[in-house]
Design a protein around this ligand. Structure first.
Ligand code: FES
Length: 102
């Protein structure tokens, strides 16, 4: 049975931005792309970069540590030096609450 984890309110994340959410053992980046919400691990798969702090262009987030980048919707690598896709979490909205199920 999946466990629902509430992350934030929809109003907490402006369009075209991300916030960092820590819950349990997870440290997550929650993105708002044109009103749709996406979640991935905040810690870059390449190193110590925090993806919630990286610039966003369309559906790509750049890690500001070594400038690799990932597709926000899929977690796939867009630009090196990143090699390992970012773990993503299907993200849903219930009323004004953004949540994932793990
Ligand atoms: S830590 Fe993110 S690109 Fe290196």
């Amino acid at each position: 049975m999946p466990q629902r984890i509430d992350l934030c309110k929809t109003s907490d994340v402006d369009e075209g931005t991300a916030i960092k959410v820590e819950t349990g053992d997870l440290v997550l980046a929650v993105f708002n792309l044109n009103g749709a919400f996406y979640t991935m691990d905040d810690l870059c798969s390449h190193g110590p970069g925090s993806l919630s702090e990286g610039p966003i262009c369309d559906d790509v987030v750049e890690c500001d540590f070594h400038n690799g980048s990932f597709n926000i919707k899929t977690g796939e690598v867009v630009d090196p030096p990143c090699m390992i896709p970012q773990k993503t979490y299907p993200t849903k909205v219930d009323g004004d609450t953004v949540y994932i199920e793990v």
